[in-house]
Design a protein around this ligand. Structure first.
Ligand SMILES: [Ca+2]
Ligand SMILES: [Ca+2]
Length: 253
Protein backbone atom coordinates (compact mmCIF):
# COMPACT_ATOMS: atom_id res chain seq x y z
CA UNK A 1 0.00 0.00 0.00
CA UNK A 2 2.81 2.25 0.89
CA UNK A 3 4.53 1.39 -2.37
CA UNK A 4 1.38 2.22 -4.32
CA UNK A 5 1.13 5.53 -2.59
CA UNK A 6 4.71 6.25 -3.38
CA UNK A 7 4.16 5.47 -7.06
CA UNK A 8 1.23 7.82 -7.19
CA UNK A 9 3.33 10.61 -5.70
CA UNK A 10 6.01 10.07 -8.30
CA UNK A 11 3.52 10.22 -11.15
CA UNK A 12 2.08 13.48 -9.84
CA UNK A 13 5.54 14.98 -9.55
CA UNK A 14 6.35 14.07 -13.11
CA UNK A 15 3.09 15.57 -14.33
CA UNK A 16 3.73 18.86 -12.57
CA UNK A 17 7.21 19.05 -13.93
CA UNK A 18 6.01 18.49 -17.48
CA UNK A 19 3.49 21.27 -17.14
CA UNK A 20 6.12 23.69 -15.96
CA UNK A 21 8.70 22.80 -18.58
CA UNK A 22 9.47 25.43 -21.24
CA UNK A 23 8.34 24.91 -24.84
CA UNK A 24 11.84 24.58 -26.03
CA UNK A 25 13.84 21.70 -27.15
CA UNK A 26 15.58 21.68 -23.84
CA UNK A 27 14.20 18.98 -21.78
CA UNK A 28 14.40 18.57 -18.04
CA UNK A 29 16.51 15.85 -16.73
CA UNK A 30 13.95 13.59 -14.85
CA UNK A 31 15.54 10.19 -14.22
CA UNK A 32 13.22 7.54 -12.77
CA UNK A 33 13.93 6.33 -9.21
CA UNK A 34 14.54 2.58 -8.59
CA UNK A 35 11.57 0.78 -6.88
CA UNK A 36 11.60 -1.44 -3.82
CA UNK A 37 11.96 -5.20 -4.74
CA UNK A 38 8.80 -7.19 -4.32
CA UNK A 39 8.41 -10.15 -2.07
CA UNK A 40 9.68 -13.46 -3.55
CA UNK A 41 7.06 -15.68 -5.05
CA UNK A 42 6.19 -19.11 -3.70
CA UNK A 43 8.12 -22.19 -4.87
CA UNK A 44 6.59 -24.11 -7.67
CA UNK A 45 5.60 -27.81 -7.55
CA UNK A 46 8.49 -30.42 -7.70
CA UNK A 47 9.38 -31.61 -11.13
CA UNK A 48 9.15 -35.23 -12.30
CA UNK A 49 11.79 -37.77 -11.17
CA UNK A 50 14.84 -37.80 -13.34
CA UNK A 51 16.40 -40.91 -14.89
CA UNK A 52 18.65 -43.24 -12.89
CA UNK A 53 22.24 -42.14 -12.93
CA UNK A 54 25.22 -44.34 -13.86
CA UNK A 55 26.64 -46.81 -11.32
CA UNK A 56 29.07 -45.07 -9.03
CA UNK A 57 32.58 -46.27 -8.11
CA UNK A 58 33.00 -49.16 -5.59
CA UNK A 59 33.18 -47.75 -2.10
CA UNK A 60 35.89 -48.59 0.54
CA UNK A 61 35.75 -51.93 2.41
CA UNK A 62 33.55 -51.76 5.49
CA UNK A 63 34.60 -52.75 9.04
CA UNK A 64 34.24 -56.33 10.19
CA UNK A 65 30.74 -57.02 11.46
CA UNK A 66 29.69 -58.58 14.80
CA UNK A 67 29.80 -62.39 15.18
CA UNK A 68 26.81 -64.23 13.82
CA UNK A 69 24.23 -66.04 15.97
CA UNK A 70 25.77 -69.46 15.61
CA UNK A 71 29.22 -68.24 16.56
CA UNK A 72 27.85 -66.38 19.59
CA UNK A 73 25.97 -69.51 20.69
CA UNK A 74 29.12 -71.60 20.32
CA UNK A 75 31.17 -69.17 22.43
CA UNK A 76 28.40 -69.04 25.03
CA UNK A 77 28.22 -72.81 25.19
CA UNK A 78 31.97 -73.12 25.75
CA UNK A 79 31.89 -70.49 28.50
CA UNK A 80 28.90 -72.06 30.21
CA UNK A 81 30.56 -75.44 30.27
CA UNK A 82 33.88 -74.00 31.38
CA UNK A 83 35.67 -75.78 28.54
CA UNK A 84 38.66 -74.48 26.69
CA UNK A 85 40.04 -75.57 23.39
CA UNK A 86 40.63 -79.32 22.87
CA UNK A 87 43.98 -80.34 24.35
CA UNK A 88 46.45 -83.07 23.22
CA UNK A 89 45.61 -86.74 23.92
CA UNK A 90 46.25 -87.81 27.53
CA UNK A 91 48.52 -90.65 28.74
CA UNK A 92 47.03 -94.15 28.90
CA UNK A 93 45.28 -94.88 32.20
CA UNK A 94 46.51 -97.44 34.74
CA UNK A 95 45.36 -101.03 34.48
CA UNK A 96 42.14 -101.57 36.38
CA UNK A 97 41.69 -104.13 39.11
CA UNK A 98 40.33 -107.53 38.09
CA UNK A 99 36.60 -107.65 37.80
CA UNK A 100 34.35 -109.91 39.85
CA UNK A 101 34.79 -113.62 39.35
CA UNK A 102 32.70 -115.05 36.60
CA UNK A 103 29.96 -116.95 38.43
CA UNK A 104 29.25 -119.11 35.41
CA UNK A 105 32.90 -120.31 35.30
CA UNK A 106 32.87 -120.98 39.04
CA UNK A 107 29.65 -122.95 38.68
CA UNK A 108 31.08 -124.99 35.81
CA UNK A 109 34.15 -125.80 37.92
CA UNK A 110 32.00 -126.93 40.85
CA UNK A 111 29.87 -129.08 38.58
CA UNK A 112 33.02 -130.65 37.10
CA UNK A 113 34.35 -131.44 40.57
CA UNK A 114 31.04 -132.96 41.64
CA UNK A 115 30.91 -135.03 38.47
CA UNK A 116 34.41 -136.33 39.13
CA UNK A 117 33.55 -137.22 42.75
CA UNK A 118 30.37 -139.00 41.71
CA UNK A 119 32.29 -141.00 39.09
CA UNK A 120 34.88 -141.95 41.72
CA UNK A 121 32.21 -143.01 44.23
CA UNK A 122 30.44 -145.09 41.59
CA UNK A 123 33.71 -146.81 40.76
CA UNK A 124 34.49 -147.49 44.43
CA UNK A 125 30.97 -148.66 45.20
CA UNK A 126 31.44 -151.38 42.61
CA UNK A 127 33.74 -153.16 45.12
CA UNK A 128 32.48 -155.13 48.06
CA UNK A 129 34.81 -153.29 50.44
CA UNK A 130 36.06 -149.73 50.16
CA UNK A 131 37.33 -146.98 52.43
CA UNK A 132 37.80 -143.30 51.70
CA UNK A 133 41.35 -142.08 52.33
CA UNK A 134 41.79 -138.35 51.71
CA UNK A 135 40.82 -137.75 48.08
CA UNK A 136 41.03 -141.43 47.10
CA UNK A 137 39.45 -144.78 47.91
CA UNK A 138 41.00 -148.09 48.90
CA UNK A 139 38.89 -150.86 47.45
CA UNK A 140 38.85 -154.66 47.81
CA UNK A 141 36.75 -157.20 45.95
CA UNK A 142 37.89 -160.49 47.47
CA UNK A 143 40.57 -161.12 44.84
CA UNK A 144 43.66 -163.12 45.80
CA UNK A 145 46.19 -163.46 43.02
CA UNK A 146 49.82 -162.97 42.02
CA UNK A 147 51.55 -159.62 42.16
CA UNK A 148 51.40 -159.12 38.38
CA UNK A 149 47.77 -160.27 38.11
CA UNK A 150 46.93 -157.91 40.92
CA UNK A 151 48.54 -155.00 39.07
CA UNK A 152 46.53 -155.84 35.95
CA UNK A 153 43.31 -156.16 37.93
CA UNK A 154 43.69 -152.74 39.55
CA UNK A 155 44.56 -151.15 36.23
CA UNK A 156 41.42 -152.53 34.63
CA UNK A 157 39.42 -151.23 37.59
CA UNK A 158 40.63 -147.71 36.85
CA UNK A 159 43.18 -147.57 39.67
CA UNK A 160 46.53 -148.94 40.80
CA UNK A 161 47.75 -151.46 43.38
CA UNK A 162 47.59 -149.85 46.80
CA UNK A 163 50.73 -148.26 48.29
CA UNK A 164 50.42 -146.15 51.47
CA UNK A 165 52.22 -142.78 51.23
CA UNK A 166 52.19 -142.03 54.94
CA UNK A 167 51.28 -143.62 58.27
CA UNK A 168 47.66 -142.44 58.08
CA UNK A 169 47.17 -144.21 54.78
CA UNK A 170 48.97 -147.28 56.13
CA UNK A 171 46.55 -147.39 59.06
CA UNK A 172 43.60 -146.98 56.71
CA UNK A 173 44.81 -149.92 54.64
CA UNK A 174 45.23 -151.99 57.78
CA UNK A 175 41.69 -151.19 58.99
CA UNK A 176 40.18 -152.03 55.60
CA UNK A 177 42.10 -155.30 55.55
CA UNK A 178 40.92 -156.27 59.01
CA UNK A 179 37.36 -155.25 58.15
CA UNK A 180 37.61 -157.43 55.05
CA UNK A 181 38.50 -160.48 57.12
CA UNK A 182 42.13 -160.58 56.07
CA UNK A 183 43.67 -160.83 59.51
CA UNK A 184 46.72 -163.10 59.57
CA UNK A 185 47.35 -162.56 55.85
CA UNK A 186 49.72 -160.35 53.90
CA UNK A 187 48.26 -157.89 51.37
CA UNK A 188 50.23 -156.91 48.27
CA UNK A 189 51.42 -153.30 48.11
CA UNK A 190 52.79 -151.72 44.95
CA UNK A 191 56.48 -152.01 45.82
CA UNK A 192 59.17 -154.26 44.29
CA UNK A 193 62.92 -154.71 43.93
CA UNK A 194 62.78 -156.88 40.83
CA UNK A 195 64.69 -154.37 38.79
CA UNK A 196 67.49 -153.91 41.31
CA UNK A 197 67.87 -156.19 44.31
CA UNK A 198 67.50 -154.42 47.61
CA UNK A 199 66.13 -151.23 46.07
CA UNK A 200 62.36 -151.18 46.40
CA UNK A 201 60.55 -148.78 44.07
CA UNK A 202 56.90 -148.13 43.26
CA UNK A 203 55.21 -149.17 40.03
CA UNK A 204 56.50 -146.02 38.35
CA UNK A 205 60.07 -146.92 39.30
CA UNK A 206 60.29 -144.19 41.96
CA UNK A 207 61.73 -144.62 45.46
CA UNK A 208 59.08 -144.32 48.13
CA UNK A 209 59.45 -141.57 50.72
CA UNK A 210 57.46 -143.61 53.24
CA UNK A 211 58.25 -147.18 54.32
CA UNK A 212 56.98 -149.38 57.13
CA UNK A 213 59.26 -152.42 56.97
CA UNK A 214 58.91 -154.96 59.74
CA UNK A 215 61.94 -155.85 61.85
CA UNK A 216 64.77 -157.29 59.72
CA UNK A 217 62.77 -156.71 56.53
CA UNK A 218 63.17 -156.73 53.61
CA UNK A 219 65.32 -159.83 53.89
CA UNK A 220 65.02 -161.16 50.31
CA UNK A 221 64.21 -164.55 51.71
CA UNK A 222 64.10 -167.04 48.83
CA UNK A 223 64.74 -164.11 46.49
CA UNK A 224 61.48 -162.41 47.43
CA UNK A 225 60.94 -159.23 45.50
CA UNK A 226 57.38 -158.00 46.18
CA UNK A 227 56.11 -155.94 49.09
CA UNK A 228 53.18 -156.72 51.38
CA UNK A 229 51.45 -155.26 54.44
CA UNK A 230 51.17 -157.67 57.37
CA UNK A 231 47.56 -157.53 58.51
CA UNK A 232 47.37 -157.07 62.28
CA UNK A 233 50.78 -155.38 62.73
CA UNK A 234 50.56 -153.09 59.73
CA UNK A 235 54.26 -153.53 59.06
CA UNK A 236 55.74 -154.49 55.69
CA UNK A 237 57.47 -157.65 54.49
CA UNK A 238 58.94 -158.74 51.17
CA UNK A 239 57.46 -161.99 49.84
CA UNK A 240 57.33 -164.02 46.66
CA UNK A 241 55.63 -162.24 43.74
CA UNK A 242 53.94 -165.39 42.41
CA UNK A 243 52.17 -166.37 45.61
CA UNK A 244 48.46 -165.59 45.53
CA UNK A 245 47.67 -162.88 48.05
CA UNK A 246 44.85 -160.37 48.64
CA UNK A 247 44.85 -157.54 46.10
CA UNK A 248 43.66 -154.12 47.24
CA UNK A 249 43.55 -151.20 44.81
CA UNK A 250 43.46 -147.45 45.26
CA UNK A 251 41.31 -145.24 43.05
CA UNK A 252 41.76 -141.51 42.70
CA UNK A 253 41.13 -138.81 40.16
CA1 LIG B 1 64.45 -158.97 46.66
CA1 LIG C 1 60.79 -160.97 53.78
Amino acid sequence: MAALYLVVLLLLQCGLLRAAEPQSSEKLNCSPLAGVPGTPGQNGLPGKDGRDGKDGAIGPKGEKGDPGLCERLSVWSVRERGMGARGPPGYPGMRGSPGPKDDSMSLKSEIQQLTTKIALMEKASGFTKFRKVGQKYYVYDGLEDSFDQGIQFCKEAGGTMVLPKDDAENQALLRLSVASGLSGKKVFIGLTDRQREGQFVDLDGQLSNFTKWDLDQPDDYEENDCGTLIVDSGNWDDVGCSDPRPVICEIET
